[in-house]
Design a binder for this molecule. Structure first.
Ligand code: T3D
Length: 269
């Protein structure tokens, strides 16, 4: 049987494909475990970029509500308290979002179709999000009496502002990919047939980039929403000190002066 997560190792980068198309790539414990293992592998020096996508007509429909419904029915029958969903969030969703944000290399997300619930917010946690023209983003939580998780209440207002964030979260209405791009929720919409190719080109390009500098850019941007300007200026100074000592900086400057493409290694020495 095919794995629920396809891991395709390329030269210096990886493609992770959620692979439960019959459930719109909804997440269960096994898929979470496979994702955690793959992202752990992606942290190794040999991997310099990650592409995350899904098979079939969806990117990811969030938590497998089939599993939730089963558990709820069981608890109703036995008269016990319903399961504490915060436990799943703490065990699986929060670590997943932290892994993506803290990974010291760019994560590209190719949203190949609907991204709902935690599926939408996992996409938003990635560094560069491309979406198929037919894709849509749904904060589906309120529709089933839940609260946005996986960073939704953090990412949404920062990306698109309070008014739009509140309406999306409270109404749970689908947001078409083109509007998502127009609002600044994602980087770019691509024609459906071109999405995978464009996303692969982008990941391969990033994998040839100055990996340490990209990691520090990610670190600075991650920190900026909690920092004031002074703290952010200090952080930028510290990171620039580090970047200025890398072989990739030397190579970048040399390549510029010699009017040739830089050959970055991503190495510290
Ligand atoms: O601790 C915790 O566990 C809490 C954590 C929560 C995190 C969350 O993500 S909560 C939010 C969970 N997600 C949802 O509520 C989304 C549910 N799905 C939908 O709203 C719709 O399916 C979509 C908007 C995503 C797509 O709609 P549509 O019309 O294109 O497809 P469909 O017909 O609704 O779904 C197709 C099949 O996928 C269908 O199965 P069937 O009838 O063909 O056998 C449907 O049941 C299944 N499916 C869709 N979403 C899920 C799912 N199966 C399991 N889990 C899903 N999330």
């Amino acid at each position: 049987m095919e794995s629920e997560l396809l891991v395709d190792r390329r030269e210096g980068w990886m493609v992770l494909t959620l692979n439960r198309p019959e459930r719109l790539n909804a997440l269960n414990e096994k898929l979470h475990r496979l994702l955690a293992e793959a992202l752990e592998e992606a942290a190794h020096e040999s991997c310099r970029a990650v592409l995350l996508t899904g098979t079939g007509r969806a990117f990811c429909a969030g938590e497998d509500v089939g599993g939730l419904a089963l558990a709820a029915a069981e608890f109703q029958r036995s008269g016990a308290l319903p399961p504490d969903l915060g436990v799943t969030v703490e065990a699986h969703y929060n670590p997943l979002i932290r892994r993506i944000r803290r990974l010291r290399k760019p994560v590209v997300c190719a949203v190949n179709g609907v991204a709902a619930g935690a599926g939408a917010n996992i996409a938003l946690a990635c560094d560069i999000v491309l979406a198929a023209r037919s894709a849509k983003f749904v904060q589906a939580f309120a529709s089933i009496g839940l609260v946005p998780d996986s960073g939704g209440t953090f990412f949404l207002p920062r990306l698109i502002g309070e008014a739009r964030a509140r309406a999306l979260a409270l109404l749970g209405e689908p947001l078409p990919a083109e509007t998502a791009q127009a609002w600044g929720l994602i980087w770019q919409v691509v024609d459906d047939g071109a999405l995978r190719g464009e996303a692969e080109k982008l990941a391969a390009r990033l994998a040839k980039g100055p990996t340490l500098s990209l990691a520090w850019i990610k670190e600075a941007l991650n920190a900026s929403s909690a920092n004031d300007l002074d703290a952010q200026l200090d952080l930028e100074r510290n990171l620039q000190s580090l970047a200025g000592r890398t072989p990739d900086y030397r190579e970048g400057v040399l390549a510029f002066l010699e009017k040739r493409p830089a050959n970055f290694t991503g190495r510290a020495s």
